[in-house]
Design a protein around this ligand. Structure first.
Ligand code: ATP
Ligand code: MG
Length: 583
């Protein structure tokens, strides 16, 4: 386990070793006073006498050792913390670099709570291992080993006696480790679940309040918190007996030594001064042993956390080529594309192509796989089977960066970073000047609502863009795409926020985004795509029809059904508006 963690210490590995050395020296200083104590006691046992100088020297040496112990301890911990926090930094950066290469699906499926726990809590808990358990634990173990050797050198019989309690303690420790590990999976999973539930509970507070679901969602919250408590207690129950046993037995070096050693002295097999020396030494190993023991109980947890993190590092990354985009043109082809998020397949062999410069609309019922297809095209995920090509080149052969240069993707749900709106739009093209950003915002019909904000485009977007309305957030995203000006535009139109005024603005903004581009638009308002060059109708993950509006209405029942529903919705809106007038 130490080996695993040491890999992440990087260039601070030397500091870790130095801290161990300094702490070993420190612990040695904590043991030495017992030796000087023995030198004070020996004349009393052998009937000799001590001069004042000798007394002062031994007492002074004891005091000096204690001062040195404190100094070395502080310095050792300073070193160990320095290397520990650099290692945590390395771990977090390493985790991030792995995360970046993962398919988006693998990240989203785990949930924010799990990631937060891993990035923040779990990595933070490594501090205990790196700054304390490793250097302090090791040094506190190393010194007793030396002391035991000294005991053997003094009198091997007494040395042996002092080791008697060791096998019992080690056995109890092994049992603790085993039962701790067996419960660790459940304990850890309960912790992750609780984390996810808490994050979800807080993020979903709005829905909870609106639908008066306080009780229900509090119930889930409460259950997960209780479960976590139960699993933690379960874990403790499995361990506490063994923990109590080894923490009490291991440091009690005098357990057998005191009575049996005394008998040996009386029987003449050992001498009284040797007995006194070994006893003094045995008292000195107790405190370091107890300190080392304190770290043992956390080792199963830490070992589990490291394994969890390593297993994450081993998820196959997204297949991404090193070469730049080198397709012949901008024709997009889906060739027998199959895809599953988890077990169930959601796309069952989709084939169609989008000629350069054309406008293709994807339509289909909710859940038919439109957004999934768009996300595959921008390589958020790898296709499970089949392939997607751009100008004849497989997406998996080009780097994500070069694919990104070709495609602007406006997703169905918008996320804004909590910086100014200006910076949020500038993400489309990081080198753009303020004037260019403002022009893009204007073209995306953001001008009017920006004017109403006190700080205009310099307003902060709020956490995840919460400071803006849904329609406003979308237009900011469109401005981003206009600024990016990539030759292909993939637009996943949002279903909500379609009040007439916003709809008009959205249409104008979208017209700006797609002008002169190769476009795939996922449309929920069928009226707006009746003029598309090509309409692809998806039905439960299959292509139900491809063609132009007029032909499809006659030949594709799924399309006809969508149209009827769309007309029904329009009629519903008209009658609702009329009703409003009459009232
Ligand atoms: N992250 C995900 N993990 C697992 N399943 C998913 C995930 N996202 C979507 N799905 C499933 O894949 C299927 C297709 O979803 P998709 O979002 O592509 O539909 P859509 O056509 O865009 O629907 P809508 O019109 O409502 O936006 C659905 O059955 C959905 O439940
Ligand atoms: Mg969708």
């Amino acid at each position: 386990m130490f080996q695993k963690v040491l890999r992440y210490t990087g260039r601070h590995r030397k500091t870790t070793y130095a801290s161990i050395l300094v702490l070993v020296a420190g612990v040695a200083m904590s043991v030495l006073p017992y030796f000087f104590l023995y030198r004070l006691l020996r004349p009393l046992l052998t009937g000799g006498s001590l001069t004042l100088e000798e007394t002062l020297f031994n007492a002074g040496a004891m005091a000096l050792c204690m001062v040195l112990y404190s100094l070395l301890y502080v310095e050792g911990l300073a070193l160990s913390h320095r290397s520990a926090y650099h290692t945590l930094e390395n771990l977090r950066l390493h985790l991030q670099s792995k995360l970046e290469k993962q398919p988006l699906g693998a990240i989203q499926e785990k949930g924010v709570g799990v990631w937060k726990k891993m990035f923040i809590d779990d990595i933070e808990s490594m501090e205990l291992l790196l700054a304390h358990a490793l250097p302090e634990g090791l040094s506190n173990l190393a010194v007793p080993v030396v002391v035991f050797a000294a005991m053997f050198l003094t009198d091997w019989k007494l040395g042996l006696l002092s080791l008697c309690s060791l096998p019992l303690g080690v056995l109890a420790m092994g049992m603790m480790y085993r039962s701790g590990m067996s419960k660790m999976g459940d304990y850890y999973a309960a912790g992750q679940k609780m984390n996810n539930t808490i994050v979800e509970y807080i993020n979903g507070m709005e829905v909870v309040k609106v639908f008066n679901r306080d009780g229900e969602s509090y119930h889930r919250f409460e259950t997960d918190v209780k479960n976590y408590r139960d699993f933690t207690l379960d874990w403790f129950r499995a361990c506490w007996l063994w923990m109590a046993l080894y923490t009490s037995i291991l440091p009690c070096v005098a357990l057998v030594l005191l009575p049996v050693g005394g008998y040996l002295v009386l029987a003449g097999a050992s001498t009284l001064p040797d007995y006194a020396l070994v006893l003094c030494m045995s008292f000195s190993v107790g405190p370091p042993l107890i300190r080392a023991m304190n770290f043992m109980s956390v080792l199963p947890q830490l070992s589990y956390k490291i394994d969890q993190m390593e297993s994450l590092f081993n998820i196959p990354p997204l297949k991404e080529g090193k070469t730049d985009f080198n397709g012949n043109d901008l024709q997009i082809r889906f060739e027998n594309v199959r895809f599953s998020y988890e077990k169930d397949e959601v796309l069952h062999g989709i084939s169609f192509s989008v000629p350069q410069g054309s406008l293709t609309a994807l339509v289909g019922e909710s859940g038919s796989g439109k957004s999934t297809l768009a996300k595959l095209l921008v390589h958020f995920y790898d296709v499970t089977d089949g392939r997607i090509t751009l100008g004849g080149q497989d997406l998996r052969e080009m780097s994500l960066a070069s694919l990104n240069e070709q495609i602007s993707f406006v997703a169905q749900e918008q996320f804004l970073f909590n910086t100014s709106l200006l910076e949020n739009i500038r993400l489309g093209r990081p080198g753009a000047t303020d004037e260019e950003v403002l022009a893009a915002a204007e073209r995306a019909q953001c001008g009017e609502f920006l004017k109403q904000l006190e700080k205009g485009i310099y307003t902060m977007a709020g956490d995840g863009g919460k400071g803006l309305s849904g329609g406003e957030r979308q237009r900011i995203a469109l401005a981003r795409a206009i600024l990016k000006n990539a030759p292909i535009v993939v637009l996943d139109e949002a279903t909500a926020f379609l009040d007439p005024e916003n709809e008009e603005k959205m249409n104008a903004a979208i017209a700006e985004v797609i002008r002169g581009k190769t476009v795939i638009v996922i449309a929920h308002r069928l009226q707006s795509i009746a003029g598309a060059d090509q309409i692809v109708v998806l039905d439960q993950g299959n292509v139900a029809g491809i063609g132009r509006h007029d032909t499809l209405r006659k030949t594709c029942p799924a399309y006809e059904k969508l149209w009827r529903a769309a007309e029904g919705a329009a009629a519903w809106r008209v009658s609702a508006e009329k009703g409003g007038d009459e009232a």
